[in-house]
Design a binder for this molecule. Structure first.
Ligand code: Z5A
Length: 212
């Protein structure tokens, strides 16, 4: 039987990576085989693209159009080499960001036409639509406080998109909420302000509905 395709979306610091890890553990404890993937990245090509997108590894400013296509290119590779083979082998796939990130960040955030982003996403994903998308929603300020704390504790630096103005990140958050209104049967909005255990319990109750 085909596995379930579960995606995490949301603004910076909403807890996607934390919650994706907790969900992988719960799915495994329930007896499932699970694959975790992240975007951009998840394949050698995707990880190379990630270095360009996040840390300016190409050494020149990236045009907004190039940014869209690089995210899509990373996704096209991940879908064909990792996600679809895993789903067809009966494994569940938990993906930390997916196509909705492009619609939210490059569409609502940068201002590219939404329908154009959806067309590019369709080309990249080859029919791999998530069974459920968990939108972890948190105020931009709260998310940034968490990221700031992490950077302080780990001495890491702000990446290219984290450095965007708060108004950009507000547009992204509102864009996500708009997407959830557009596809209510796929999206579940999760209040991500609570502690990680509470948020994880809520996510598990929604994911179980999809597994049944
Ligand atoms: N991007 C794009 O523009 N277009 C696209 O198509 C795609 C992506 C696919 C990828 O960054 C960047 O690319 C991203 C969008 C853009 N932009 N930025 N900036 P990434 O993969 O490096 O990072 P991210 O996806 O934005 O995740 P994040 O900012 O690292 O946050 P997170 O995964 O949502 O949260 P976390 O890592 O689980 O937690 C962050 C911190 O908060 C950490 O210290 C946790 O311990 C803490 N945390 C987690 N949960 C809680 C709760 N519940 N309470 C308190 N503290 C918590």
């Amino acid at each position: 039987m085909r596995g379930k395709f579960i995606t995490f979306e949301g603004p910076e610091g909403s807890g996607k990576t934390t919650q994706a890890g907790l969900l992988v553990t719960r799915l495994q404890e329930a007896g499932g085989e699970v694959l975790y993937a992240r975007e951009p990245g998840g394949t050698p090509t995707g990880e190379a693209i990630r270095q360009i997108l996040q840390y300016d590894k190409a050494g020149e400013p990236i045009c907004p159009e190039t940014e869209v296509l690089l995210f899509a290119a990373s996704r096209a590779q991940l879908v064909r080499h990792v996600i679809l083979p895993a789903l067809e082998a009966g494994r569940h796939v938990v993906c930390d960001r997916f196509a909705d990130s492009t619609t939210a960040y490059q569409g609502y955030g940068r201002g590219f036409p939404i329908e154009q982003m959806l067309t590019i996403n369709d080309f990249a994903i080859n029919g791999a639509q998530p069974d459920i998308t968990l939108l972890l929603d948190v105020e931009v300020e709260t998310g940034f406080q968490r990221i700031e704390k992490r950077h302080r504790n780990t001495s890491s630096t702000w990446d290219r998109i984290e450095r965007e103005a708060r108004v950009f990140h507000e547009k992204v958050r509102n864009g996500y909420l708009e997407l959830a209104r557009r596809w209510p049967s796929r999206f579940v909005i999760i209040d991500a302000r609570g502690n990680p255990e509470t948020v994880s319990d809520e996510i598990w109750s929604k994911v179980r509905d999809v597994l049944d």
